[in-house]
Design a protein around this ligand. Sequence first.
Ligand SMILES: Cc1cc2nc3c(=O)[nH]c(=O)nc-3n(C[C@H](O)[C@H](O)[C@H](O)COP(=O)(O)OP(=O)(O)OC[C@H]3O[C@@H](n4cnc5c(N)ncnc54)[C@H](O)[C@@H]3O)c2cc1C
Length: 411
Amino acid sequence: MEGGYTGRHVNAQSHLTDPQGIIKNIYDAIVIGAGSMGSATAYHLAKFGADVLVLEQFQRGHTSGSSHGETRIIRFFYDKSFYTELMKTAYAEWRDLESASGKSLLFITGSVGIGAKGNPYGRATRQSLDAAGVESEWWDAAQLGKRFSQFRLTGDMEILWQKDTGFLRAAECVSTHLQLAEQYGAEIQENTKVTNVDWQTDVPTVRTENSQFRGRKVIVTAGAWAGTLLAELDLPLTVTKQQVCYYQPTDSKLFQPNRFPVFTEVTPDGEFIYAIPAFGAYDKGGRVKIARHGRGQVISADTPERTPDAVYIAHIDAYVQERLPELGKSTHTEVCLYTETPDEDFIIDAHPHCPDLLIAAGFSGHGFKFSALVGRMMSELARSGKTGFDIHPFRIDREHKISSGIPRLQS
Ligand SMILES: Cc1cc2nc3c(=O)[nH]c(=O)nc-3n(C[C@H](O)[C@H](O)[C@H](O)COP(=O)(O)OP(=O)(O)OC[C@H]3O[C@@H](n4cnc5c(N)ncnc54)[C@H](O)[C@@H]3O)c2cc1C
């Protein structure tokens, strides 16, 4: 694969028979997991003419991982400037996907970032936007009220307006990447759990309950299951249970994407809240999504228990009552998983002992917006062993800082 693919049919998947007579397929690339990262990786690889096999333990579009649901925030603003820089290409990748598929997947609403005057997260965020040449504006409460009368603010707050923020249609993005990957010839096997990846063979071997496949490159995009699949690496990944609440306002027009922004808030208690305007279901009026970003209950990815926590719902309802009273009470909640690294930065790297085994994991509750770009990065790494993007902060062997001291709002 060094030097890239020369075309679909030149690198055609080969079939070998081992001494026991079992057919072994050799693919250019095997992608493990069909969530946001795996679907985008499969798309980029297949587009470049690779023979790609995607193995997904559940059905595509399942709701047991991290990429389901209607929406995810996309934004430039980050307190770490390397994310802001990468987002320049990530936005372009999403627009390319829209052109390739003919679907609208990315909606721009602008965002307001609310926090107490001088809060360190707001300062750091503004700094990275400025460093990347991305426009933003400080507003005061009066300016916010003039533009978005839905908010009730108390205390001495400051607001960072960023016009390019918006949201992605999450589940639709994943299914679109998969559909296009298939159109380019990728094979997707659902309900096929990978039980082991043997990278010590000449060509890495991927075993499932009933079969085995060989891939010149194997890419692990297994979300909350990555730690188990790569147990020998002892990756610093923690899986947590997360919940989002949905609201159906009486006057839904007030919360449509053209009238209401994405918003984030570092509350006076140091909590991180985010919201996405009304979108999807609830009979065309859509529903507003609000949640707290933070370390949830630590669980195992295989725990089937996904019961919403009533105390959490009451807490978010109380916040909404104060900040956005017209939203009323939540009508529905959804449970999802974060896979967190100690410093909340991703892991994008090759296995330390096997350059043919690539890993994209630990997206720490803020990876979705990057997935179209991560797919491109993984495809470049698979094809040539390198990528033009700065993935230095995502190395496996970096020192995992527990905290930078700056409160962070991801999502
Ligand atoms: C509540 C919530 C809100 C979020 N909000 C945002 C946001 O606003 N903006 C943003 O950018 N990000 C957000 N994120 C984060 C983002 O959604 C995730 O970072 C991203 O979806 C992770 O994708 P993934 O492909 O790594 O994981 P997943 O989507 O979980 O995909 C991994 C896939 O691998 C499969 N798999 C695992 N093990 C195996 C195996 N052994 N064999 C076969 N298949 C296997 C799984 O079944 C799964 O389908 C949010 C996450 C949550 C939970």
